[in-house]
Design a protein around this ligand. Sequence first.
Ligand code: SF4
Length: 718
Amino acid sequence: SLTAARRETKATCCYCGVGCGVLIETDGAQITAVRGDPDHPANFGRLCTKGSTLALTAQPLLQQQARALVPEMRTERSLPRTATSWDATLDTMAQKFADTIRMHGPDSVGFYISGQLLTEDYYVFNKLAKGLIGTNNVDTNSRLCMSSAVAGYKQTLGADAPPACYEDIDQAGLIFIVGSNMAYAHPILYRRLEDARKNNPQLKVIVADPRRTDTARDADLFLQILPGTDVALFNGMLHLCLWEELTDTAFIDAHTDGFAELKRTVRDYTPKFVADICGISEADLVTAARWFGESPAALSLYCQGLNQSASGTAKNAALINLHLATRQIGKPGAGPFSLTGQPNAMGGREVGGMANLLSAHRDLGNPQHRAEVARLWGIDSVPATPGKTAVDMFEAVRTGQIKLLWIACTNPAQSMPDQKLVREALVNAELVILQEAYATTATAPYADILLPATSWGEKEGTVTNSERRITRIDAAIAGPGEARHDWQIVVDFAQRLEKLLDRGTNLFAYDSAESIWNEHRESTRGRDLDITGLSYAMLSEQGPQQWPFPTGALTGKKRLYEDGIFPTASGRANFVNTPYKPVAEPIDARFPFRLNTGRLRDQWHGMSRTGTVAQLFSHATEPAIVMAQADMDRRLLSGGDMVHVTSRRGSQIFPVQAGDDMRAGQAFIGMHWGEEYVSGRGHGGEGAHGVNALTSPALDPSSKQPELKHAAIKILKA
Ligand code: SF4
């Protein structure tokens, strides 16, 4: 039991999109312990290695060393930043924005924000850009994470809404995991899957992945496909389901459009053709298609292997095609279910916090949606010009089209592909503002203005996890130094800019996170994600809830589309024609290896937080390039040897490691290490920027998500 001074506060883990509930114990001033919330439906008290070490990341000494504590500014690039006051900083920023907007127009400024912000933070950033300034140049690191899943859902089912829920794992007959190492990247959901297998020995698991990951090792059937060949695999499975009459013709006729065209395309995807493209056996392909088509309930779980691709939208759509054709959707245990990468990428999508979206799943390209949002905000209009998406935004900064860049809660100088481009952009920008909790990130040295922000455990607001479940989180302690909440910083700035621009409006009259959320809630009325039946008080009293939850509803919706009605104009789902296209950057004689990147078990993104906990390095102590033993033998390499890894964009040095998870001709590097870790451990040296010095900025044409999962490289002994 807790003593009087000690208290526990409900929040969520700040890492992955499983969205586990946590109870943060404090002594009034400091965080003393963190445990899983036994009442939270995402995790029922469980936490993985990352979640269970959260308290260690909140130690006072660490906070003093790593955190941004006071606003800092510099007057010239060549000078260091010095401490200043909030008022001076915000006044300077507002004046600079007003002058630049007057001189060069609203599209001369840009905002690059984050899937780790809370929904309320996201909402005000979006309103500041699109409502007050009049630019759609607001994009987020969710572009690197979930934008292909968004485009795939919208093109097929009509809305960006994962149709399944965690409970479906318990009820599935077959689980098809594609492009996801769930055991590492979504560990608590994977525990649930392990439990489901124990409780139901009939449950089958198929994993399709270029690497034999820990998730793949547990599968009943593992399809070790070649990188980027997922669309061919799904088309081949659909071809076989058609051939073996495992499709649901009545459902297709009654509830979908576009099947005839897709059918013509998949006719060519014979088992032999697909097996050759994917590098798997015809027999395994046939087994996979039969298990999927014959299962009483097939659930697909997928993540960055589908999304981070120049064919990301097609990969998502081809998998959803397979679900629609076999009616593996809208029933317990079935459906295409994207696992969200970041903790609140979903909340950001809900408020339209991306360059092509508007509040409550509205589309920027839709004039009626723009008019609705303008009405909600009480402004004349929302600009129609499409905003720059992540990679294009940095290119526009590099060329001077965007002059002022405001970055919040993300570290592009590590996490964006093609670091050379990103770093040139940060140098060329007239002004870089960084709103951050940590002063130690690779982006921090580029910032002319550093705004200290509160972080996990210090903030109040809401987040939405992978199964559309909104959790209200409370602040357990105050932020360190002069750190302020992200939404407060935006509102304080916006009120100043509003006066300077002389708009005569009062768009940012918020006095709490709740007042922002209430406005967001109203914007969802009548939309697919209607949450007008929820309130902060209700979320506290009754716990996390799934959307939609309209006024008058008693519960949220576990599962979508059970009635076969889809949120399209016709009410019918669309099959998308998805011919297979190979990866954007083919291998050749100069760059003969395929590089894959991804998460390791105990680290999170750029390690700003997990990198402060010594025990989280015991699983992987340093960055390494993992190769097949046969490739190492051929190149006379032994484990631990240093190699130059070179792509068309840059070169880095890594120690090499043999991995039996790799096929010959392929290599894998964990995404977490940036320059401070690479250089600090004696690897990389001058110009070491981590794995994203090598990755490709090639984009999916619809989602604009970069192909972080594939680059052609060469590997030479250092
Ligand atoms: Fe945190 Fe994800 Fe682990 Fe849950 S599974 S404790 S949300 S990192």
